[in-house]
Write a protein that binds this ligand. Structure first.
Ligand code: 8BR
Ligand code: GLC
Length: 493
């Protein structure tokens, strides 16, 4: 199929999904909202940071590849690595010292809503979804102010032992401190000279320094947990993220096992008598491999229906599930990377017993769907196209204020490099007798029990920022699917 044909499919898909969004009764979104301190770094600023740390020190730190930021040298080393590879990364820090150092040495450009759950909640509220029930375990006043002021956005609160839904600005804890992450965005083409190496940044992307104060818990009070079933009527599904914040051990003697158990109980409570309730988990960069594996095996497997992730995250997930070779070929650049990504997505679908795996890359999205999913390939494709138009809108404008903004993204052309990658995958599948060229364009139904839907995406030449685009993609596709889902109330059968 020619690019022009894809453009037509885009217009059709966006118009359909727009009409159907009103079918969604509501969505529960938890857990991670934070404030993002955004900084778009320039060449002279990176030069200054390198000079402060010193070339020798940096050379060693880059080789040691810090998985936690303990001091400024760790930070600059991870920034150089992210810029050199053009890859997104998120690295935790457990003290506030780095925040102070960054305030003194870099200073942010703006503060905005951050965290996957926070970004997704605001997006869905702005798109006009009827009930967006957001839940943040650490809802501080400063955090509440970053939620859009819209009546369809609500947060659960317990008052006199009863659960009420109120706007976050009427639900915050006045004694809670905000969680502030630093987002260092960098642009393609920037030139960096460091530790004897000279390189040009290959892609717009960012490094996230994720602050993890001691009080961070992926949890909810027993009263709220007990009454969570009250919101079941208001929602068709849930989007969950933030599990990367779970720690192996806590000072009070609890461990990750306690929090994993509670996370699973919340999912079960949301599902109640409806095992068909759609539960999407948005994956992210998780440095701790034990937590990464536990999230996949003990929370996602069996309890979740849908998983969203980017290419680096696919490799990270495969790696802890024992598919090191496939993980390696996913991150290794080159023309086989789309084939490995497809194979990786299939592995994740099977291994984690999911209904749907949606991976997004710069230029195309791949979705593999289990055969028993209630929607057909055309619906899945429309959901991906809608998601891509949202992503292009967000990349152009920085944020999406209403569903009408999606026309901005629709005007962005399909990315030809992504289209070319798609052709590579098509050749591979046709050659291997996995599907015909025609099937490939319409949604390829493979013999071993899954459907494959792949679309070329729209890519903005000079994005305002890249942080949060992945969240818009995954949430956009998930909400489009909820809008298309047949409404059967299993609890009343
Ligand atoms: P994560 O936030 O999960 O890493 O996802 C980022 C996604 O944003 C990528 O997978 C890619 O599809 C999308 N993206 C990026 Br990065 N730059 C973009 C751009 N300029 N235009 C549209 N999408 C973009
Ligand atoms: C992660 C980061 C957060 C950022 C978000 C964007 O959740 O912790 O700071 O806003 O990713 O996807």
């Amino acid at each position: 199929m020619e690019i022009a044909e894809w453009e037509k499919r885009y217009v059709e898909a966006v118009s359909n999904v727009r009409e159907q969004l009103g079918n969604v009764q509501g969505v529960f979104v938890a857990y991670n909202s934070n404030v993002d301190a955004m900084k778009h770094i320039r060449e002279n600023e990176i030069k200054k940071l390198i000079a402060i740390i010193g070339q020798e020190e940096l050379r060693e730190r880059i080789v040691s590849y810090p998985r936690e930021i303990k001091d400024p040298a760790d930070f600059v080393a991870r920034l150089i690595i992210a810029m050199r590879d053009g890859k997104a990364a998120e690295v935790p820090t457990y003290t506030t010292d780095l925040h102070e150092w960054l305030m003194d040495n870099l200073v942010f450009d703006s503060a905005r809503m951050g965290g996957q759950a926070g970004i997704i909640s605001n997006l869905l509220a702005n798109l006009g979804v009827k009930n967006v029930i957001t839940y943040v375990p650490w809802l501080a006043k400063e955090q509440a102010e970053h939620f859009v002021d819209s009546p369809n956005l609500k947060h659960p609160v317990i008052e006199n032992g009863k659960l009420y839904l109120k706007h976050p600005k009427d639900a915050y804890d006045p004694f809670q401190k905000p969680k502030i992450n630093w987002i260092i965005e960098f642009s393609r083409g920037m030139k960096v000279r460091c530790a004897g190496e000279e390189f040009e940044v290959p892609r717009d992307n960012r490094l996230i320094v994720s602050s993890r104060p001691k009080w961070i818990r992926i949890d909810m009070s027993p009263e709220m947990y007990e009454q969570l079933s009250d919101i079941r009527e208001d929602i068709d599904g849930a989007i969950l993220a933030g599990y990367q914040m779970i720690r192996e051990e806590y000072e009070d003697g609890t461990t990750y096992r306690d929090y994993v158990q509670r996370a699973v109980s919340v999912i079960e409570r949301l599902k109640g008598c409806n095992p068909q309730m759609r539960i999407h988990v948005e994956f992210t960069s998780i440095q701790n491999k034990l937590i990464r594996r536990t999230l996949l095996k003990d929370i996602v497997k069996k309890h979740v229906t849908s998983l969203g992730l980017d290419t680096v995250e696919v490799a990270n997930a495969l790696n802890v599930l024992g598919y090191e070779e496939l993980a390696y070929s996913v991150i290794k650049k080159g023309e086989n990377s789309i084939v490995s990504l497809y194979e990786g997505a299939v592995r994740l679908l099977k291994e984690l017993e999911l209904q749907r795996v949606h991976l997004h890359s710069l230029g195309y999205y791949i979705c593999v769907v289990a055969k028993d999913h209630p929607l057909d390939a055309d619906s899945h494709r429309q959901a991906l196209l809608f998601a891509s138009a949202l992503a292009a809108t967000q990349a152009t404008l920085g944020s999406i204020q209403s569903i009408d903004d999606v026309d901005v993204g629709l005007d962005v052309p399909v990315y030809t490099d992504g289209y070319d990658d798609l052709i590579e995958l098509e050749k591979y599948l046709v050659r291997g007798g996995i599907c015909t060229a025609e099937d490939f364009e319409d949604g390829c139904i493979t013999a071993d029990g899954h459907d494959l839907i792949i679309v070329p995406s729209k890519v903005v030449n000079e994005p305002v920022a890249t942080v949060g685009i992945g969240d818009a993609i995954s949430a956009g596709a998930f909400i489009a699917l909820l809008a298309k889902m047949p409404k059967i109330n299993i609890c009343n059968l």
